[in-house]
Design a binder for this molecule. Structure first.
Ligand SMILES: Nc1ncnc2c1ncn2[C@@H]1O[C@H](COP(=O)(O)OP(=O)(O)OP(=O)(O)O)[C@@H](O)[C@H]1O
Length: 609
């Protein structure tokens, strides 16, 4: 105990000159009631299980076991509680006020009390409704309290895991902007590990990162998780997919059993409920989405547009001009190669850049910064950009390729219409994919407004699209790439794969590519399968999967889904290996994974990112 105190004190002195008087002043931090509803309750009134002082557990409006969707819970702060009146640290209140955040959003309001009570939690709210601060505020506040009482230590008190580097950086930024007096670190692959090691050595309060780099740091002894009291899985449904789950488990095993575990996402497929039982103790579920309601944020208008594969690229410019109205637009492709090609050809008519996992980390960061800052307005991205990214003024999302499943559709679309703003999402599909469009409508509880077809003559395809063969050769037919599930290849259930899914029960992947949603490719994704590599990835991987026809010759490979025999159900090459992936079989291709981390390449290719 004495050693701990000495260590914390020494570390505190080395981390920051922090006069004892200030520590004492903070220690006397006094919690005021949340609102009239909370009058009888004082947070931190007695020591909680993790040595934090938690609520005396009056059962309050929000502290229910399952908090379902209510009208008016979609990210509008107008009716929210005033943050200044919650009794949370003044540092946080002032920092948030500087960002223009003065009232809690509904998910933040719903999460606050059970989180303060130390409850494990599954939180679901629509995209762009403020989930980061929903888990961030209680964690930051508790850490400030803890430091005030115990002094500051070297090892992190909170660990936040995110699936992509970009998201990890964004989450860490939200933490340090909201509590500038806490030391935060973001650890992720593609950047020198030595700098992260020295920063950890100096001491941090909150570590945010991608799993691979965290494991690297653990293995090198540079990161010690023994003091962690809070762990968050952001985008939890993705973090618990095959490819990530293994790493996440390795990290969780290194954490003290006495901790508070929080899992958040805008999508929580049914399998996740089962699986989270392994990680959470008596969790409270806070679900502001609900099962029957539509699952997109309110401000998003949805459109669909039919096109022919060989002129598909040619409709983008008119769509962007018409619907982005000068604002920012993200075009989602299925593969890294398609993102490169599309951005290359589109760059002839609009300022755009590509973002995907094979681009160097430095360039990824430059690209994202340029897009954020408005240096160019069209980003062509793989699903590396589908989750979590909060980029101001994205007015339009185009699903150039169908997403792999309805969850990805929700996340991609959710890059617009954030924090109560409006935006549009357009799903581009070919006639033989119309069934998939209906499936998305059913799963997501939405309705697309069909846009009139855009006539594109071959000349314009050549100029704008440039995808009609020639320059890039033929991209149609059976491209040599791996198609994917989205990593839902395991979980509870019976392990059936193939066939059409019915919604609600562990459905998830629409197969991918070719006719991603079609025929066998609309796969239940082998949820139940947990035995063996093959089944873990969702099904048979025999034969290639053909392709979406790409941009090229108009051939479609085994595009028609249906009875497609070349059915492959591998992971997305966007996340895993290279575009040259032969699908499942080529996951060890040694290509940088891009997304999460850059540990050993074979490792990278086992993950969805
Ligand atoms: N109480 C608030 N008042 C005003 N703005 C807020 C508030 N809380 C969060 N925001 C802003 O709302 C935006 C969306 O928040 P955030 O990125 O946390 O959403 P999310 O729910 O995590 O989205 P996603 O599901 O896409 O990850 C951010 O710009 C954030 O700063």
């Amino acid at each position: 105990m004495l050693t701990t105190i000495l260590r914390r004190t020494c570390s505190t002195l080395s981390r920051r000159v922090f006069p004892a008087a200030i520590i004492c002043a903070s220690a006397s931090h006094d919690f005021r009631p949340l609102s009239a509803t909370f009058n009888s309750r004082t947070f931190h009134s007695k020591p909680g299980p993790l040595n934090f002082r938690s609520s005396s557990c009056h059962r309050a409006e929000y502290a229910v076991d399952d908090i379902p969707y209510e009208e008016g819970t979609r990210g509008n702060a107008d009716e929210g509680l005033e943050i200044a009146k919650l009794g949370i640290s003044q540092d946080i209140v002032s920092a948030l006020a500087k960002k223009g955040i003065t009232k809690l959003f509904p998910i933040q309001r719903a999460v606050l009390e059970p989180a303060m009570q130390g409850r494990d939690m599954i939180g679901r709210a629509r995209t762009g409704t403020g989930k980061t601060l929903a888990f961030g505020i209680p964690i930051m506040d508790k850490i400030i309290q803890f430091n005030a009482k115990h002094g500051r230590g070297r090892d992190p008190l909170a660990l936040v895991l995110a699936p992509t580097r970009e998201l990890a950086r964004q989450v860490e930024k939200e933490f340090y902007e909201s509590a500038p007096n806490l030391d935060t670190i973001c650890v992720y692959g593609g950047t020198p590990i030595s700098r992260q090691m020295s920063q950890l050595d100096y001491g941090v309060d909150i570590a945010v990162g991608t799993p691979g780099r965290i494991i690297d740091l653990l293995n090198r002894g540079a990161l010690n998780l023994k003091d962690v009291k809070f762990v968050v899985l952001d985008e939890a449904d993705q973090m618990l997919q095959v490819g990530f789950q293994e790493d996440v488990e390795k990290i969780l095993e290194r954490l003290p059993p006495k901790r508070q575990t929080l899992m958040f996402s805008a999508t929580m497929p049914s399998w996740i409920k089962q699986i989270t039982r392994n990680y959470l103790k008596d969790p409270v579920t806070i679900d502001l989405v609900g099962d029957s309601d539509q699952k997109l944020a309110d401000g998003i208008s949805l459109y669909s547009i039919a096109t022919d594969m060989y002129v598909k690229a040619g409709i983008l410019a008119p769509l962007i001009t018409e619907h982005a109205k000068g604002g920012k637009c993200i075009v989602f492709t299925q593969t890294k190669r398609d993102a490169d090609r599309l951005s290359y050809t589109m760059a002839k008519s609009v300022q755009c850049e590509a973002l995907h996992g094979d681009i160097s980390q430095a360039q990824r960061e430059r690209t994202l910064a340029g897009f954020r800052n408005g240096h160019f307005n069209v980003l062509v991205a793989t699903d590396v950009a589908s989750r979590g990214l909060d980029i101001p003024n994205v007015d339009l999302v185009i699903h150039y390729d169908l997403p792999n499943n309805s969850e990805i559709f929700v996340h991609r679309s959710g890059r617009t219409g954030r924090a109560g703003k409006k935006g549009s999402a357009i799903l581009v599909y070919t006639e033989d994919q119309s069934r998939a469009v209906r499936l998305i409508e059913r799963d997501v509880g939405c309705r697309f407004t069909e846009l009139p077809r855009i006539a594109v003559d071959s000349a314009s395809v050549d100029t704008f699209g440039g995808m009609g063969g020639g320059r890039f050769g033929s991209f149609g037919g059976t491209r040599d790439r791996g198609y994917s599930d989205s990593g839902f290849g395991r979980g509870p259930g019976s392990g059936r794969s193939g066939g059409y899914s019915n919604s609600g029960s562990g459905r998830s992947s629409f197969g991918n590519s070719g006719e991603r949603f079609g025929g066998q490719n609309y796969n239940r994704s082998g949820f139940g399968n947990s035995s063996g590599e093959m089944s873990r990835y969702g099904g048979p991987s025999s034969g290639r999967f053909g392709s979406s026809g790409g941009f090229g010759s108009g051939q479609s490979g085994s595009r028609s889904g249906g009875s497609s025999s070349g059915f492959k159900f591998s992971r997305s090459d966007d996340f895993g290996g290279s575009d040259r992936s032969g699908g499942f079989g080529n996951r060890g291709s040694g290509q940088p994974s891009g997304f999460g981390d850059s540990r050993g390449s074979s490792h990278n290719n086992r993950r969805p990112f």
